[in-house]
Design a protein around this ligand. Structure first.
Ligand SMILES: Cc1cc2nc3c(=O)[nH]c(=O)nc-3n(C[C@H](O)[C@H](O)[C@H](O)COP(=O)(O)OP(=O)(O)OC[C@H]3O[C@@H](n4cnc5c(N)ncnc54)[C@H](O)[C@@H]3O)c2cc1C
Ligand code: FES
Length: 1065
């Protein structure tokens, strides 16, 4: 049986009053007894914080209510914002005929059921409607109930703070089966929600402002002294040192109440008023406008404030003289031309202000104005005045007139705003016209202190009445709303050491957002008076004036580079990595290699480059030049934007790791032809490695790139299955009947998990494989919300061990392996035993040196598995079985092709450039490619390596060959990782086997380095909790400098060995 939901896609973003409708598809193979099919419309606000509550309840200077490094308390708070239920089967008609309740037997085939819901206005968060839990990596957490509920307009979807704060909306179907032993089937369809904005007050002339006073210093007329922003084109101002320096006020003004709107330009005015009679000109040198978001997250007694920002405009070195006009009150006013920001709408990644019971988002608009007076040649003083205005962000979806009419007939609540300094337009000194509110501005303060009661505008109470069904959906403009897909943390893996992915802020000015292109500014590095690094040294440093702003300084030869401080893959601190004399910076966790001179990715698995900043020493300090948002984001977007042209057509069959590496590198390297990915998966390319470690079935959490990225990069994605290829006429055919011609073909179809050809395994249900999101969904459905299942995992290799470990927290898991210890063939029994001990501690039972005989049906359901029998007669009870017994290359579509000679294992043989032997213009990469291996001990032996990095690096290499056909292949050392109770890292390969093992560290504690040797040559290295042994070894192997097994046995620590510059692969 399988069930899925297809939404009728009326909108990409839903809003209040919309109807959301769709169809449930239920496919059954044999007659099934069910009692009901229910569809639920749900929304939830979920927060999860770890730490110690501060006893004084106060913020620390970083705006955190608790010490995040004290990880001994984790709190989960979940609120159901929206919960509507519809029973689509049995229908009223069936009930009428059959009488009430009971069960129904459906015949085999596809059954479809339509549903429709109306989205309400306000949340309905007073009851907990389901078991609220969180599967966080390997632990299942229960959310405690809370009686604190806020009833307001439904909040927008929020995905940017993965693991900590999320607001999700979805439609969920449950197929209820009456027999108590039968699992209910479920499926889920997420959607994006953006609320209708509150009604706007009638237009008025009042303005809301933030103000600063400034008195310029007298000029220091020092001829010949270089001015900070001097430009030869600026003519000398006829002002001498005797001229009176201006005294000014600077205002940032917004119409009152201060509202800014998604996708629209800021209604901002920036005015400078001269307060004395100085005749000197004032020059605008710098203008920086940012929207700063404060997300207050609460999980029971833990609270945290996350600050993020979007740069709307950032321009330096402007040298623009400001023209004076005389206002009605005789004051000289200089207004900055608003054309500068009128072309820059607020990015559509910004969510409107909102409040839920546990998450609140509010905003400030920050305007930094840099001014000089007189000639820049004479007055080097640059005065930068920051102004902050608390603002509300509105969605831009106007309430329908019918609603406004309903509201006007009721005593409407006056929206309350956070703060206001209110003056009639034109007046600069008048008293506030509104009741007193907390002051902003004029002081030097630019920090917003959230207090529990300090909330954005409430939904007017009459909105609840608007939930009446007679109000139709809005017909006015709808706004785009692109929340970044959230990265799901795999964090808190028990004993995992340090590589839980951290929440990395995304670039506000990304290639696929509409935000402004910002300009770089200079920032001072904290506590550094000179660049005194030694060659080869790395140092993480903090940036003054940027909250949590850090960069890494890395000296290569005599040049010091400043780059992002964290890896763009899962956020590892790059200070832990390995820096080589030829400028490669290799991440300690999973081996991404960045070029420090450019920030570019040289080796997988990271996709985004790190940012690179200009670094300079001056006036006794060290400065970097960069954009605040880029420094905070710890990454930059590579340029993949493209409008296709020319006859070249690359078709990539498969949408996995190899495909991603290839298509991104093609665009990065300037390929302009068309690029098409054809994949059988119902999602965009995902981070497959997370499937077995955290069992994530929500594609938005693991898709490597959002749909927009493919659009901007002109990469077509097709969901279809390739059935055959005509290599002569260069055409790919699919099962849907489509055909795709190519000039270059990349085959990247990965692996097909193997099934067990033993009695019972083919016939019985509840036996699962694990390769895709639907596989994970099927496993989660079978485990069910109540958990506590008996799960048998067949296979003690990486996937079996990971999935067993992930499910052990709340189920009874047994792993069956044929070897004496898990992973014995690859890593040896001694090392395999370490993993077995680590995972046993989490409750997994092992049956090693065991062979499976058959699967037997359950006594209560003859079609479902009930136990797994071993050859020694043992019978292991099983509610479900997961097979992790390896994969075969997914090349079925080539099997009968007379032009192709597959290897014995079904793979394709390639050369070092991954070109398929015997073909021109055809490449094979990833799990289906058998290629000559030139790493240590390899000697060109043909090998097939099932690693994420190998597939992606091969894809990058093929892109290089397509763009520059004469380019030489760039060999790489294979890197692999796994979560086996602690993080395992592995580099190298053993195509010719290994015959010696040296173990360093404290293996019993799960802290070790294992060196695998063939003779005296180290051919592979595995490590746990001994970073950066793996990355250092990979670099030493690449350069032929890895110590021999004899030296390692004597205790040589690879981390103490200098990495030479020369590459020897
Ligand atoms: C659960 C799991 C966890 C893993 N964890 C790790 C890890 O931690 N570290 C690590 O290094 N490696 C890990 N791996 C291995 C790694 O994911 C693979 O080696 C890697 O994904 C191979 O990349 P690929 O591009 O060759 O194939 P895949 O990523 O498998 O992609 C193959 C694609 O081809 C598509 N396809 C197949 N046949 C057709 C067809 N006929 N027509 C159209 N499309 C087709 C598939 O649907 C899929 O989209 C893991 C693998 C799995 C399954
Ligand atoms: S975190 Fe750096 S490679 Fe994964």
């Amino acid at each position: 049986m399988s069930v899925r939901i297809q939404l009728d896609k009326q909108h990409t973003t839903y809003t209040n009053l919309d109807y959301i409708s769709g169809t449930v598809f239920l496919n059954i193979n044999s007659p099934e007894t069910i009692s009901a099919i229910t569809v639920k419309l749900e929304g939830e606000s979920r927060s999860r914080l770890a730490g110690q509550p501060r006893r004084d309840g106060a913020f620390n200077p970083r705006g955190i209510y608790y010490d995040p490094y004290e990880k001994d308390q984790t709190q989960l708070e979940v609120h159901k914002l929206l919960y509507k239920l519809a029973t689509v089967f049995p229908t009223q008609e069936i009930l009428r005929i059959s009488g009430n309740g009971g069960s129904y037997t459906l015949p085999p085939g596809q059954h479809t059921y339509k549903f429709q819901f109306k989205l309400p206005f306000n949340n309905d968060c007073s009851n907990n409607n389901s078991l609220l839990t969180n599967l966080n990596a390997l632990r299942l957490e229960m959310a405690r109930n809370t009686d604190r509920h806020v009833r307001k307009t439904l909040p927008p979807t929020l995905t940017g703070l993965p693991g900590e704060a999320e607001i999700r909306y979805f439609v969920k179907v449950t197929v209820q089966r009456p027999a108590f032993y039968k699992e209910n089937f479920r499926s889920l369809a997420p959607f994006t929600f953006l609320p209708i904005e509150p009604p706007r007050p009638a237009a008025n002339k009042r303005e809301y402002y933030a103000r600063r006073n400034h008195q310029f210093s007298p000029s220091i007329d020092v001829p010949g002294k270089p001015a900070l922003f001097r430009k030869s084109s600026v003519s000398a101002d006829p002002v001498s040192s005797k001229v009176l320096p201006p005294s000014i006020t600077i205002d940032g003004r917004l119409p009152d109440p201060p509202i800014v709107t998604c996708n629209e330009a800021l209604p901002l005015r920036v005015l400078i008023t001269k307060k004395n009679d100085s005749p000197a000109k004032i020059y605008l040198q710098l203008l920086n406008i940012s929207l700063i978001a404060h997300t207050v997250i609460r999980a029971h007694d833990l609270r945290r404030q996350e600050v993020s920002s979007w740069t709307i405009l950032s321009i330096a070195n402007m040298n623009t003289p400001l023209n004076e006009t005389v206002g009605g009150d005789g004051q000289k006013v200089l207004e900055i031309d608003s054309k500068l920001w009128k072309q820059r709408p607020l990015p559509n990644t910004i969510c409107p202000s909102f409040e839920t019971c546990n998450i609140m988002r509010k905003y400030e608009l920050e305007v930094k104005v840099g001014l000089q007076w007189g000639s820049p040649n004479i007055n080097p003083e640059l005065s930068v005045q920051p102004l902050r205005l608390p603002v509300q962000v509105y969605s831009g979806i106007a309430p329908p007139q019918a609603l406004l009419d309903q509201m006007s007939n009721r005593p409407a609540a006056v929206p309350t705003y956070i703060a206001s300094n209110l003056h009639p337009a034109g007046s600069t000194n008048g008293p506030p016209l509104q009741p007193p509110r907390p002051p902003i501005q004029t002081g030097p303060s630019d920090h917003i202190e959230p207090s529990p009661g300090d909330i954005p505008a409430e939904a007017p109470p009459s909105y609840e009445d608007a939930m009446a069904d007679d109000l139709g959906p809005i017909d006015g403009p709808r706004r785009d709303y692109h929340q970044q897909p959230s990265q799901t943390p795999i964090g808190d893996v028990k004993g995992s050491g340090n590589d839980s992915p951290i929440s990395t802020p995304k670039l506000a000015t990304s290639a696929f957002s509409t935000s402004a292109k910002a300009m770089a500014q200079e920032y001072k590095i904290k506590g550094l008076s000179s660049l005194d690094l030694k060659s080869g040294e790395k140092r993480e440093v903090e940036i003054e004036g940027i909250e949590n702003g850090k960069v890494l300084l890395a000296k290569v030869g005599d040049k010091t580079h400043a780059v992002s401080a964290n890896c763009t893959h899962y956020g590892a601190p790059l200070k832990l990595g390995v820096l080589t004399p030829d400028g490669r910076l290799t991440c300690a966790w999973h081996g991404t290699c960045f070029n420090v001179a450019s920030g570019d990715v040289e080796d997988a698995p990271a996709l985004d480059p790190i940012a690179k900043f200009e670094v300079m020493e001056k006036s006794g300090g060290v400065y970097i030049k960069g954009e605040e948002s880029v420094i905070k984001a710890n990454r930059r977007q590579s340029n993949t934007k493209c409008s296709t042209q020319g006859p070249e057509k690359v078709v990539v069959v498969g949408g996995g790791s190899g495909a991603m590496g290839a298509v991104q590198a093609l665009r990065e390297q300037g390929f302009k032809g068309s690029v098409t990915i054809i994949s059988t998966e119902p999602n965009l390319p995902i981070d497959r490695t997370k499937l077995s470690k955290a069992l994530i079935a929500d594609k938005s959490k693991i898709e490597l790139r959002p749909q927009d990225w493919y659009k901007i990069s002109s990469i077509e994605t097709v969901s279809d299955e390739v059935s055959s290829i005509n290599f002569q006429s260069k055409i790919v055919y699919s099962v849907s009947g489509s055909s795709y011609s190519y000039t270059k073909l990349i085959l990247a179809t990965g692996g097909t998990p193997k099934a067990l050809p033993l009695p019972g395994f083919k016939e019985l249900s509840n036996i699962f494989l694990l390769r895709t999101i639907p596989d994970v969904q099927a496993i989660l459905n079978a485990v069910g919300e109540q958990k506590g299942k008996k799960i048998v995992v067949v296979g003690s290799s990486f996937i079996g061990m990971e999935v067993g470990n992930a499910l052990a927290a709340n189920n009874d898991v047994s792993i069956i392996g044929m070897e004496s210890a898990p992973l014995e063939r690859v890593m040896g029994a001694e090392v395999g035993k370490i993993f077995q001990d680590l995972i046993s501690k989490n409750g997994v039972k092992f049956h090693m040196s065991a062979s499976v005989d058959s699967a037997a049906p359950s006594s209560s359901d003859k079609k479902a598995v009930g136990s797994v029998k071993l050859k020694d007669g043992t019978s292991l009870p099983a509610d479900l079985v997961i097979l992790g017994i390896g994969v075969a290359p997914a090349t079925k579509f080539l099997k009968d092709n007379p032009a192709v000679k597959l290897q014995d294992d079904g793979s394709l043989q390639t050369d070092e450039s991954f070109a398929v032997k015997g073909f021109s213009d055809v490449y094979a990469i990833g799990d289906i490619a058998t290629y000559p291996y030139h790493g240590p001990g390899g000697s060109g032996a043909l090998t097939r390596i099932e690693h994420w990095n190998v597939a992606q690096n091969a894809g990058r290499s093929v892109a290089r060959s397509i763009v520059s056909p004469s380019a030489k292949p760039k060999p790489f050392i294979p890197v692999f990782w796994s979560a086996l109770g602690s993080q395992l890292r592995y580099c190298g390969n053993t195509p010719n086997g290994w015959d010696d093992l040296v173990l360093q560290g404290e293996p019993k504690e799960g802290k070790f380095a294992a060196f695998y040797g063939k003779g005296d040559t180290v051919v592979a290295v595995a490590s746990m909790q001994m970073d950066p042994v793996m990355s250092q070894s990979a670099e030493l192997m690449r350069r032929g400098k890895m110590p021999g097994m004899g030296e390692l046995r004597k205790g040589v620590d690879v981390r103490d060995i200098g990495v030479p510059g020369e590459v020897k692969m």
